[in-house]
Design a protein around this ligand. Structure first.
Ligand code: ATP
Length: 227
């Protein structure tokens, strides 16, 4: 994949069945996002939103059809490109029992401290960083769900992806954290292609297109302005 810039996304007749299941969780999914466009995914619980997001992240391969990013079938994209160019922030952020630095870089060589600090300040974690006993080398434990999300945003900014998948928090966080997350979402989507699993109607205000899923099928799809 190209090393910089937003990446287009295209799903062509995508179907998916979980191994061992006989029922399709997704079927006949086709949609296109030009580089920089944002898609809002909506649908009730169990409609297949998370599964669709997993296919875009290549955590699963489709049983039918293809997922294309930047014009390439995801099955042909190397692991380094996947990791660096397709970003994700989900509700259940996994933090390692390791330093803040390693949690941001995912154990890869670290950019200089100034860059990491700048990113943490950008997501509203500057004061928190300043209060840590060993700064970036502090082992992180006991962070709140909101802080964990902000760390996940910082991780995403560091990788500078061209396509991001966001699964918004449905649970309420404290107002200050909500505002930081809100700002981070806006900044992360700026200039990038995005797939947003929307749990709130208000989040649809920032998307270009909306797809409504029902029982694994798209029942409505189009430009936000036309729906
Ligand atoms: P929610 O809003 O609750 O997250 P969703 O729209 O994201 O729901 P999915 O999580 O994609 O929906 O689930 C779609 C269907 O796939 C559901 O019927 C679910 O039971 C099934 N499913 C999800 N994960 C698995 C799995 N690992 N193995 C088998 N079936 C699964």
């Amino acid at each position: 994949l190209p090393a910089t810039g937003p990446l287009g996304l295209r799903l062509d007749g995508v179907g998916f069945t979980y191994p061992g299941d006989d029922e399709q969780v997704l079927s006949g999914i086709s949609l296109t996002l030009a580089p920089g466009e944002k898609l809002g995914l909506v649908g009730r619980t169990g409609s297949g939103k998370t599964t669709l997001a997993r296919l875009v992240l290549r955590l699963q391969d489709p049983s039918e059809g293809a997922v294309r990013v930047g014009g390439l079938d995801l099955r042909e994209v190397g692991p380094a490109s996947l990791r660096e160019r397709i970003g994700v922030v989900t509700q259940d952020v996994r933090l390692f029992s390791a330093s803040l630095r390693d949690n941001l870089t995912l154990f890869r060589p670290s950019p200089d401290d100034e860059r990491l600090r700048e990113i943490l300040v950008g997501v509203g974690l500057g004061d928190w960083l300043d209060g840590l006993p060993d700064g970036l080398d502090t082992e992180i434990r006991g962070v709140s769900a909101g802080q964990a999300q902000l760390i996940a945003f910082a991780r995403a900014f560091l990788a500078d992806p061209g396509l991001v998948v966001l699964d918004e928090a449905s649970s309420r966080l404290d107002p200050a954290t909500e505002r930081r997350i809100e700002r981070s979402v806006a900044r992360l989507l700026d200039g990038r292609t995005g797939v947003i699993i929307a749990h709130r109607l208000s989040s649809l205000s920032r998307v270009d297109k909306i797809a409504v899923l029902d029982h694994g099928k798209i029942i409505e799809y189009g430009r936000r302005a036309d729906l």
